[in-house]
Design a protein around this ligand. Structure first.
Ligand SMILES: [Zn+2]
Length: 377
């Protein structure tokens, strides 16, 4: 048991050196060339660890996606990683990888270059000890997770359907946890059309799209039910042309979070069915659930319990965590595949300047993943 951990501890300097290299190469979602270079760097490391590049999925605008496999077997387990980050080009030049108090800092260090690194070193440990997992291990490295996975979604779902289990290498935030459920996410856009008029001369002839929108925002926010885990947030609004014109147009962008599929459907119907308050105003509402909820299931929980026991044997504890954010794990969990998320790095500050990963936890988490792959039934 501790053999793998001992080996990975001996690899910690190599892990940190490679993490520094990855962090210092920016990979913003919309910079195809940069993400592709990152992809090649990561793939080279995986191939050196014994993986085979089974498929490349070329993309015209986003970075390419890749499917790598390790080992043999009629059945497979799926491990999800993403190559892209939320950071702009040149971020790493201004804010390169640094170490402060045992924490690695820099853009993408936790979300999820640290996670991908953990996947790589789990594989290296298997290769080092010539361990053959019972199932074929499939890694998907995708390039558009941070913008909702529109181009990788069908690939993730197709691989998910073929998989017995799914592991997601998103990070654990601020505490030693694994993610067993995530909220579902919906996105909607509301366009209000009113009637313009001179605000001083003929205000009665106008229908204010802004007034209508203001009322709709109240209806939308009233759909939130914190106890049930439902939140509706109007996060962006715009509208109007000039102060002396009754606004003919106003728009809102809406975020919905739910914990169950049933709530997702019910609240989506409510949003799509909104009716105007003001006579003469028109509403056009588009959107829907983009990532269905990743609900905790008995099989998912059993997977977590197994990971918890392995962690204890390795000398640390993990608790389960329910996240309000979505990940690609939602896509696979929605197919009914037992999924365990948050297996990436222990750190925090994802998408923020405070982003960090705990360097001493890298070998522990890689050992946990390697043992989990080997002990899976
Ligand atoms: Zn991520």
């Amino acid at each position: 048991m501790s053999q793998i951990l001992d080996y990975l501890r001996s690899q910690q300097p190599a892990m940190v050196a490679l993490l520094a290299q990855w962090v210092n190469h920016d990979s913003p979602t919309f910079q195809k060339a940069a993400v592709d270079t990152m992809g090649r760097m990561v793939i080279q490391a995986f191939v050196e660890a014994g993986a085979v590049v089974a498929d490349t999925y070329p993309q015209p605008q986003m970075g390419d996606h890749y499917r790598l496999t390790y080992g043999q077997g009629d059945e497979q387990i799926l491990i999800l990683c993403h190559l892209d980050t939320v950071w702009p080009p040149d971020e790493a030049r201004q804010r390169p990888f640094t170490i402060e108090n045992g924490r690695g800092c820099g853009p993408g260090v936790h979300d999820m270059k640290g996670g991908t690194l953990i996947g790589l070193f789990a594989l290296k440990a298997l290769q080092h000890f010539q361990l053959q997992p019972q199932y074929k291990v499939v890694f998907l490295l995708t390039s558009d997770e941070e913008v909702g996975s529109s181009t990788s979604r069908s690939i993730i779902e197709a691989e998910g359907k073929r998989s017995r289990r799914c592991f997601v290498l998103e990070g654990a935030h601020n505490q030693s946890v694994l993610t067993t459920s995530r909220k579902g996410v919906g996105r909607f856009r509301l366009v209000v059309t009113g009637v313009s008029a001179h605000a001083g001369v003929e205000p009665h002839k106008g229908v204010s799209a802004i007034e209508e929108l203001a009322r709709q925002i109240q209806s939308l926010h009233a759909m939130s039910d914190f106890e049930r885990g439902i939140t509706v947030n109007v996060g962006v609004i715009s509208g109007g042309e000039r102060p002396n014109v009754i606004a003919a147009r106003a728009t809102a962008e809406i975020d919905l979070r739910v914990t169950s599929q049933a709530d997702g459907e019910a609240v989506s119907q409510k949003i799509l069915g909104l009716q105007p308050h003001l006579p003469g105003a028109q509403l056009k509402i588009t959107g829907g659930i983009t990532r269905g909820p990743f609900e905790e299931t008995p099989q998912g929980l059993a997977l977590f319990r197994q990971a918890q026991t392995i962690a204890e044997d390795l000398g640390f504890t993990v608790e389960k965590f329910s996240s309000g954010g979505g990940s690609d794990g939602n896509l696979v969990a929605a197919l009914g595949v037992p999924t365990l998320d948050g297996l990436g790095s222990l750190g925090g500050g994802a998408h923020a300047l405070t982003e960090y990963t705990v360097l001493d936890a890298l070998p522990l988490r890689a050992a946990l993943l390697a043992e989990l792959i080997m002990q899976l039934e």
